[in-house]
Design a protein around this ligand. Structure first.
Ligand SMILES: *Cc1c(COP(=O)(O)O)cnc(C)c1O
Length: 483
């Protein structure tokens, strides 16, 4: 199963240099490169034939689990299929081979795409304007918090506090703190939604914003959202939407209609661009009319059928990204939106909600559901009753790997003990959902009859259980010679 590193496969003198020797007189390195910049020793590069190189990387790629190989019920992450048309369009020369410093008249198509993507996101969210710059949801949050700060300062009040529910994603308090706010937590009630009594207690004239996820991280729609918006707005605070769960809302309702003032989008979740593994994402941030002057700049404007970079506003929070954001990702998201159209987008959310409720009902028969109400696009199981058998949420997650399925999100949101958070994007067929249910049922039986096999999972993966804390804190991906 194990694949040696490319250095271990190296043999002196081996290579793929089957081209005949050049008959052009060679130029020495000293002639081309200043002496001080020359290496003292040649680099230690692996020596390997082309076929062995190809097999090495192909084998490694096959060890990777991806959306193109299997079901991926990773809650909160919206791991949906990435249509290949997105890649085809992003590869077009007119998009892939342009430079951000080219004059506007040479890149009209690219500018028009940015302009129309912004318009589409405004339409979907009910916001007045969007900046496409932030490169992830978390950076969109930071942009949103900086906008809230700039707005309050311009209105003459230095508000210090941001309120965040106890079910929130960890990036929310991190972004608020990074923007200089202190964070106050508001409790969830027994229904899994915000406790309005507690909210009334913590909201005051020091409050800059309430950061909310709707549907929340339990997959539950905040039914009191209009009352929440009123409580927040009454004291002059802003309502921020963490839009990571937008896959449940497309074409059904709009954050702007619910009273949100600032919204971030995770294009790599809702709009299907590839994510995971730390690759490029995009987290545009949208705002209501009164906050437009604070958006990051520049943004594209249209003037008599031409597309130009707009003038800067003295109140803008500035740039969050070099040039204009992760352009290739923006092309993919735009393609996805246009390929589906308005009706297609609302079908996405309807199907995601239907599939999640089907899974919740089926799995709920043998694993307890944390808050058993009709859910939106995801839901949370709690497996704390198996602690007496020394089985934890992560054991079930790891065992799923042996059944060929990617694990759900575990131990999040923090208000649910031994949480398994399950999301099923609309792109999955009923047959995929049923094979997931079958695997989860088999694991449920193993918990009773053979708990050891669950505790020791995974047995079929290329590696067993990793020390995840060490892996994150002492990441070492550099080969430093034979040990
Ligand atoms: C994914 C996610 C984020 C952060 O988004 P990134 O794009 O990963 O930075 C924030 N909140 C929620 C609820 C999320 O699911």
């Amino acid at each position: 199963m194990s694949e040696p590193s490319i250095f271990e496969k190296s043999r002196p003198g081996r290579g793929s240099d089957y081209l005949p020797d050049s008959d052009v007189p060679p130029v020495s390195a000293e002639q081309m490169i200043p002496k001080g910049s020359l290496r003292q020793k040649p680099p230690q590069l692996p020596e390997i034939s082309e076929i062995d190189l190809m097999r090495h990387f192909t084998r490694l790629s096959q060890k990777n689990y991806g959306i193109d190989t299997g079901f991926y019920p990773l809650g909160s992450c919206t791991m949906k299929y990435n249509p290949k048309i997105n890649e085809e369009i992003a590869k077009l020369t007119g998009f892939a081979r342009i430079h951000p410093l080219q004059p506007e008249q040479q890149v009209q198509g690219a500018l028009k795409l940015l302009f129309e993507l912004e318009k589409a996101l405004c339409e979907i969210s009910g916001m007045a304007g969007v900046s496409l710059q932030p490169s992830a949801g978390a950076q969109g949050e930071l942009a949103g918090m900086l906008i809230a700060r700039a707005h309050h300062i311009a209105s003459g009040s230095r508000r210090k506090k941001v309120i965040i529910p106890d079910s929130a994603h960890g990036t929310n308090p991190a972004s608020a703190a990074l923007a200089g706010f202190s964070v106050q937590v508001v409790r969830s009630n027994s229904e899994g939604t915000i406790d309005l009594g507690d909210l009334r207690k913590v909201v005051d004239r020091e409050t800059a914003a309430l950061m909310l996820t709707n549907p929340n991280t339990l997959g539950l729609f905040e039914r009191e959202i209009l009352a929440i918006a009123q409580i927040v707005h009454e004291v002059g605070a802003l309502l921020y939407l963490d839009g990571a769960n937008l896959n449940a809302l497309l074409g059904l309702t709009r954050p702007g209609d619910m009273g949100f003032d600032i919204v971030h989008f995770n294009l790599h979740k809702t709009f299907s661009t590839p994510h995971g593994g730390g690759g490029p994402g995009a987290g545009p941030v949208g705002v209501r009319e009164k906050l437009l002057p604070y958006l990051p700049e520049p943004r594209v404007v249209e003037k008599e059928g031409r597309y130009l970079w707009g003038k800067s506003s003295p109140n803008s929070i500035g740039r969050l990204h070099s040039f204009y954001g992760n352009f290739g990702i923006l092309v993919r998201a735009f393609t996805y939106i246009r390929a589906h159209g308005a009706q297609g987008l609302s079908r996405i959310s309807r199907n995601a909600i239907l599939s999640a409720n089907y899974l919740k009902k089926q799995l709920g028969a043998f694993y307890p559901v944390a808050y058993d109400r009709p859910c939106m696009h995801e839901f949370v199981l709690t497996v704390k009753k198996f602690r007496e058998k020394e089985i934890h949420a992560w054991d079930i997650a790891k065992r799923l790997i042996d059944y060929g399925i990617y694990p759900p999100t575990v131990n999040f949101p923090l208000i649910v003990q031994e949480a398994l958070m399950i999301e099923t994007p609309e792109s999955e067929s009923k047959e995929s959902l049923d094979s997931f249910i079958t695997a989860m049922r088999a694991i449920r039986r193993e918990i009773d009859e053979d708990p050891e096999s669950v505790r020791e999972a995974p047995q079929s993966g290329p590696v067993g259980r990793l020390d995840e804390v060490q892996a994150a804190k002492k990441l070492d991906v550099r080969y430093s010679g034979p040990s």
